[in-house]
Design a protein around this ligand. Structure first.
Ligand code: NAP
Length: 288
């Protein structure tokens, strides 16, 4: 049996792991909510690590409110940086491999080709800066770690772009969505499956990896495909970032190059459209 501790079981990614867990008979999961295991509380972490002998810890916990983080700097740093550091220190102490999820927001979006794992980071906002500090703390502390950077996560769970678009389409006749930010939408369950494959491989190719669904699209194109699937009659307008000001600046281009994870760990990555259809159909089933 491989023993795995998963933090933040009620977050979007955490719920995807819970959903997948019954399919993995060779893995014994222990899921913790944010109140059962606050990753900024060293004593709680050590208590959790000491209660079992875990092989892996998957960290799904993060402060993810990108705009609010511009004001809540201390809290974002506490969770995304200090929380990651404390988890890494406990992983070292208890000989656990840490699988930490990070973000495309560690980059500034000025590239014109997909970002490689070793490319220079330069986060634009507080969220990205604190996530990068979390990565750096892990790198400093651990040898046995996987940092998986992902982008534009969505799923059947929590709040995300897909669910927001479906809700707004029911409330409005017309909608403006930015067409000049390009990225890779990623189904959180695809990411969770990739992480579980890494665990099952028992690979020692530790390091930073990029994972996002295949394809490059703008938020506008993502919304267009969502409305095509849902048959919505909402009028969709392509707008520019400058027409939709937000407290946090987003990278204009945040495509992650996923060759390393495919090549080194043989992870197969679905195309974004295929995964979107899957999630949409699951949401429809939930409605029935
Ligand atoms: N969402 C995206 O578009 C996106 C894109 C790129 C990368 N990522 C990364 O992907 C990972 C998963 O994101 P997600 O979409 O699943 O986020 P999410 O739905 O916002 O979930 C975050 C979870 O973290 C928990 N949490 C917050 N502070 C905590 C603490 N101190 N201790 C323990 N748990 C704490 C929250 O607890 P509560 O349940 O109490 O709220 C929540 O369950 C994160 O590392 C995120 O940075 C996300």
């Amino acid at each position: 049996m491989i023993r795995v501790l998963v933090t933040a079981k009620n977050g979007q990614l955490g719920q995807c792991f819970q959903n997948l867990a019954p399919q993995y008979a060779d893995i014994e999961f222990v899921f913790k909510t944010s109140s059962e295991l606050d990753i900024t509380n060293k004593a709680k972490i050590e208590g959790a690590f000491g209660s079992h002998s875990f092989d892996y810890c998957i960290n799904c916990a993060a402060y993810t409110a990108v705009d609010k983080a511009e004001e809540a700097i201390e809290l974002a740093d506490k969770v995304n940086h200090i929380g990651a550091k404390l988890l890494a220190e406990s992983c070292k102490k208890f000989n656990v491999t840490l699988i930490h999820v990070s973000t495309d927001f560690v980059f500034d979006g000025k590239a014109t080709v997909p970002y490689l794992e070793g490319d220079i980071t330069n986060p634009l906002g507080v969220y990205g800066k604190t996530k990068l500090k979390g990565e750096q703390a892990i790198l400093k502390t651990l040898k046995h770690y996987f940092i998986i950077r992902t982008s534009w996560l969505y799923s059947e769970y929590g709040n995300n772009f897909l669910k927001t678009m479906l809700r707004l389409a029911e409330q409005r006749d017309e909608l403006g969505v930015v067409g000049d930010q390009v990225g890779g939408p990623t189904y959180a369950k695809d990411l969770a499956e990739a992480i579980l494959q890494i665990i099952e491989l028992k690979t020692t190719h530790y390091g930073i990896y990029h994972y996002s669904n295949e394809g490059e699209i703008s938020w506008y194109e993502f919304a267009k495909e969502i409305f095509r699937l849902s048959g919505s009659s909402v009028k969709l307008n392509k707008i520019e970032t400058k027409d939709y000001p937000t407290p946090a600046i987003r990278p204009k281009y945040s495509i992650l190059n996923t060759d390393k994870i495919s090549r080194l760990l043989s992870i197969k990555i679905p195309n974004w459209k295929v995964s979107l259809e899957k999630v949409y159909s699951n949401l429809l089933k939930q409605k029935v």
